[in-house]
Design a protein around this ligand. Structure first.
Ligand code: SF4
Length: 1016
């Protein structure tokens, strides 16, 4: 079905297509358009290929086709892709239809849960030979669904054959028996799978797993490239001048960029120097940063046998490196199969196979649902071969479709203490990755794993390339901090609580069981070390006391009125900010100021008691474990020891938290949730430079730190000083942007929308954001420094845009929509959208920022830094603020064909600081505009930029067409290439001539003489 919207109550069915297959494999089809009663949103015509209002006008009404459709369907089972959606629509509009529905998404989720996506377009391109885009037309989508279903079933049988699991039992025997164990019926798909006609295999478009061997071709290419380097064998950067090496990718026009060359050259020199082995490089967007550092990395691996770790901050960039950039660079250099790479995360990001099988075996939920059981089967199918099991990689749609999955996964995530890959007999993904690390050339990780690098035995941290390195400064404090969270600590205490006393403890019973177990491992440990009943009772008393003291901390906030004066979490440094005011309370007929002081005192005194009780438990263990009689190698002993180690770590952390030494460089932060149901105590070391030097810099042979935003006021000292890089031999380089920011980006400051605290700020801002989308006829990304403002603006825009053809989204979910240049989309994003949003061309024309991303002056961490290092607010705030603004601005210029408007809604009136900020915007001037002149200003800038963009683009495409000399029709080729670059222009021959082109780009038409472009 194609519909005019997502909600059946206010949307209509516009088209129905169906294919009927009877017992004897006779095939018949049904296809009809349906006349609409209400306006169809324009994006539907964009989405559904060749659907037009004209055709819908000629179509019959729904009532006129209903009977034919019902007769065609009869009592058949209906298979569709996304049953929830189709069933909902059919139920509402054709209530007479009572057929059974089967969902091909569910089939895909159960049989191939490792897929990244489950939409029809993705599945068909992945598992069938049809690589054409989904048409979003009813009948053609139905045929695609049939192809996908066939492919899924055939590939399932193929896998069973490979696993040698084809027996006399039906194909779905294992799935159905597990369901039957819980008295549930066979899986709905079983009948279809088991009765499939496998003799038709050859007639389907199924793609089976195949190995491709390109080694021979690669060898030749590698030799050619080696020759190209001539006498300068080490001067890898010279390869960037060889267009042929990099041009190979379809739809990609390679251009030499001096900035990329400089980046590669400096990295190559740093890898091969005896002196400054640390380089900090600011590499602006658009220079091809990833290829710029991967080229020397790959060649250092190949020719100098170095092993490299590449660290990035965002998951998006890690995926891009692994899926796109690394294979592209390796292929381009003819090194396929000769340079190994992969990425690894911390243990708890993986599903543990051994935990899973135990969980599956012991699973005894009363009356589980079919989806509960299917979720367990999905996990099994996912991890079975040991190739998958990275929790973060599990598709969002899979988790949405099987809501029960998350809970099961939580229970089978790898246990940091128990997992010992060297001794484990399972072939899980985590073990596989740890083993691969030993010989892996390039390993991609995230910054926090790098900071605590736990795989030194497998791969020492010798050569690192850190991308998005500016993040190390802000996140660095987190890397080295320690914390106790109330909820986690409670769970931990329950884990070590002797079960025989649990029923008499009111505290124990209050805690929801996360994992139902018959005998807890800790009880087996207590029995292993032969702990007496009285000793266990003593432990339970100590734990009860700890529970009680923790509850008191939260109750204090409620009883003393703190909960009445705040809607936000409380955060403060317990020694430095104790006299700060939390709010004012009306008590005993008068207003009283409430400070943090009493709360700091109660936290301290309660945790002193808690620490003393923890110490008593540790003493009990110390006295009662006789190392001579226990089996130190037994799993249960190791488990118990790991819990004791956790308890010791907690004691050490609490000891540090409770110390109150004036001169120490540590911040002790207490956070209480606004609902007063959770707290976190945190110890944050402030000597980041020392820690970074000791833990990271000192281990390195070579360290490359790259980012588009490392400098503030054209200097890198903020970065190098904070991380201690200034104390080691280093090189710093700022590479100039290759695009003319001043020309391509207009930075404006609306002057008449009021201050951010004024009542109508959100109203004015919403109005402006909508206006920018209308003026630019394009998408807008609006960045926010406050969650509340973001939500208020979203509500307002949502309301204002009900009858408009502009869509509005919140947060990262909406980023995808920016890639659609045909519609107008507004995406409102917070912190996470300041970076990692990479939308080229006309996808993103306008970025707005609600206010400067300043730090809260009372933020406990920064307050501690200011107090202990005697810094001003400006010293601490300004550099981080500049970097964030630069990051936001960087969203606009990603490629050669980018341009746009950057709006700073509220940046205050301090001319000095605004001028300073301006100096960091690559030459852009902040221009004041008001409601009257905003449209004129933006339109003028866009018109000028669009003319430049389209001219440059046509020159590039025509040049490339000549070089490629392919057979595509001239105009067809140009249009295809324009679309590849996300530019919203269309080209055709002018009238009947073949020497002039008519280019339509937004609301302007250009007449272009082909000869002149060719000569340019
Ligand atoms: S190696 Fe670790 S994660 Fe993998 S199955 Fe064994 S214990 Fe679980």
């Amino acid at each position: 079905m194609e519909t005019s919207g997502l909600n059946p109550e206010n949307s209509e069915i516009l088209e129905i297509g169906a294919v009927k297959i009877d017992k004897d494999n006779n095939i018949s089809t049904f296809e009809t358009l349906i006349k609409n009663k209400h306006k169809v949103p324009s994006e539907i015509f964009t989405l559904c290929k060749n659907l037009s209002q004209k055709e819908l006008d000629k179509a019959p009404k729904l009532e006129e086709i209903k009977d034919d459709f019902l007769e065609f369907i009869g009592d058949k089972i209906i298979i569709c892709h996304n049953k929830q959606f189709e069933e909902k629509f059919l139920e509402f509009h054709i209530g007479e239809l009572k057929n059974k529905f089967l969902d091909s998404i569910e089939l895909a989720c159960v049989l191939e849960p490792f897929k990244r996506e489950f939409n029809l377009d993705y599945l068909k391109k992945q598992i069938t030979k049809d690589k054409n885009d989904e048409k979003h037309r009813a009948l053609s989508d139905t045929i695609d669904t049939i192809d996908v279903v066939n492919a899924l079933i055939l590939r399932f049988k193929d896998r069973l054959e490979k696993e040698d699991k084809l027996t006399l039992y039906p194909l779905t025997f294992e799935i159905d028996s597990y369901l039957n164990k819980f008295k549930l019926e066979n899986w709905e798909w079983s009948n279809i799978i088991n009765n499939a006609d496998f003799s038709l295999k050859e007639k389907t478009k199924t793609v089976f797993e195949e190995e491709k061997n390109q080694t021979k071709k690669s060898n030749l290419k590698e030799e050619e490239i080696y020759k190209l380097l001539g006498d300068n064998k080490n001067h890898y950067e010279e390869l960037l001048k060889e267009k042929d090496i990099w041009d190979s990718k379809k739809g990609f026009i390679y251009e030499f960029r001096q900035g990329q060359y400089d980046l590669t050259k400096l990295i190559r020199e740093t890898f091969n120097t005896n002196s400054a082995n640390i380089a900090c490089i600011e590499a602006p967007t658009g220079i091809g940063k990833s290829v710029g550092y991967l080229l020397p990395a790959v060649l250092e691996v190949r020719y100098s046998k170095k092993r490299i770790i590449v660290s990035t901050a965002t998951k998006e960039l890690q995926v891009q490196l692994i899926d796109k950039d690394l294979p592209n660079v390796i292929n381009s250099l003819g090194l396929s199969g000769k340079v190994s790479y992969g990425y690894i995360k911390g243990k708890n990001n993986y599903i543990c196979k051994s935990k899973f099988y135990e969980y599956k075996k012991d699973y005894d939920k009363e009356n589980p649902t079919t989806n509960d059981i299917l979720s367990i089967i999905i996990i099994e199918n996912l991890i079975k071969e040991g190739k998958y099991g990275d929790i973060e990689e599990i598709s969002y749609l899979l988790l949405e479709h099987f809501k029960e999955l998350r809970e099961h996964i939580m229970k089978v995530a790898c246990d940091v203490d128990l997992c010992k890959p060297k001794k484990c007999g399972e072939n899980c993904l985590y073990k596989k990755r740890v083993e691969e690390l030993k010989d892996e050339d390039i390993t991609v990780v995230n910054h926090s794993l790098l900071a605590k690098w736990p795989y030194t035995d497998e791969k020492p941290m010798e050569n690192i390339i850190v991308d998005e390195a500016h993040n190390l400064v802000e996140k660095g404090y987190d890397f080295f901090s320690q914390e106790i969270e109330y909820k986690n600590f409670r769970y931990f205490l329950k884990e070590i609580y002797p079960s025989e006393f649990s029923s008499s403890s009111k505290y124990y019973r209050d805690i929801k069981d996360k994992q139902k177990r018959k005998i807890k491992p800790i009880d087996r440990f207590y029995s292993e070390i032969k702990l007496d009943r009285e000793v266990k009772e003593k432990i339970s008393h100590n734990i009860n006391f700890i529970f009680e003291k923790m509850y008191d901390v939260l109750d204090f906030g409620i009883n003393e009125g703190y909960s009445l004066i705040t809607n936000y979490d409380l955060n403060w440094e317990i020694n430095l900010q104790k006299d700060d005011k939390v709010g004012t309370l009306y008590r005993d007929k008068e207003y009283v100021d409430i400070t943090y002081k009493p709360y700091s005192q109660i936290i301290k005194s309660n945790f002193e008691s808690i620490l003393s009780n923890i110490k008593q438990i540790l003493v009990i263990f110390d006295r009662n474990i006789d190392e001579d009689i226990v089996d130190k190698e037994s799993e249960i002993y190791k488990y118990g020891k790991s819990k004791i180690k956790d308890l010791e770590d907690i004691a050490t952390m609490l000891g540090m938290f409770l110390e109150d030494e004036k001169g120490d460089l540590v911040s002790k932060i207490a956070s209480i949730s606004s609902k007063f149901d959770n707290f976190i105590l945190k110890v944050v070391p402030l000597n980041l430079a020392d820690l970074f030097r000791e833990n990271i810099l000192s281990a390195l042979n070579c360290g490359i730190f790259v980012s588009a935003t490392l400098s503030v006021d054209n200097k890198m000292e903020y970065f190098t000083d904070t991380l201690g890089i200034n104390t080691v031999d280093n090189t710093k380089k700022i590479i100039e942007p290759i695009y003319n920011y001043k020309n391509r980006v207009q930075v404006i400051r609306p002057t008449d929308i009021g201050g951010y605290k004024s009542d109508d700020f959100v109203l004015n801002m919403s109005y402006n954001i909508q206006k920018y989308s209308e003026i630019s006829d394009s998408n807008v990304l609006s960045l926010f420094t406050s969650r509340k403002r973001l939500e208020d603006t979203y509500d307002m825009l949502k309301n204002n845009l009900i009858d408009e053809d502009i869509n509005v989204y919140m947060n990262k979910k909406g980023i995808k929509s920016l890639k659609n240049v045909e519609n107008k989309n507004i995406v409102l994003g917070s912190k996470g959208c300041f970076e990692g949003v990479d939308v080229p061309g006309d996808g993103l024309i306008c970025v707005t920022l609600d206010k400067l991303p300043n730090l809260q002056p009372k933020d406990p961490l920064y307050y501690s830094i200011m107090t202990k290092f005697k810094k001003t607010y400006f010293d601490v705030n300004y550099p981080q603020m500049v970097i964030k603004v630069k990051q936001a601005l960087g969203r606009l210029l990603r490629s050669k064909y980018d341009y746009g408007v950057f709006v700073l809604f509220n940046i205050g009136n301090n001319t000095y600081s605004n001028k300073k900020l301006e100096n960091n915007l690559h030459g852009c001037i902040i221009k004041d505009v008001n409601q009257k002149n905003v449209e004129e200003n933006i339109s003028k800038h866009l018109q000028k930029s669009r003319r430049e963009v389209i001219t440059g683009l046509l020159i590039d495409i025509i040049k490339n067409k000549k070089a490629q000399n392919n057979n595509l029709d001239f105009v067809e080729y140009i249009n295809k290439e324009i679309k590849n670059r996300s530019i919203k222009a269309n080209v055709r021959y002018y009238k009947d001539t073949k020497d002039k082109l008519l280019v339509e780009y937004y609301n302007i038409k250009y007449l272009v003489e082909i000869d002149k472009v060719c000569k340019n």
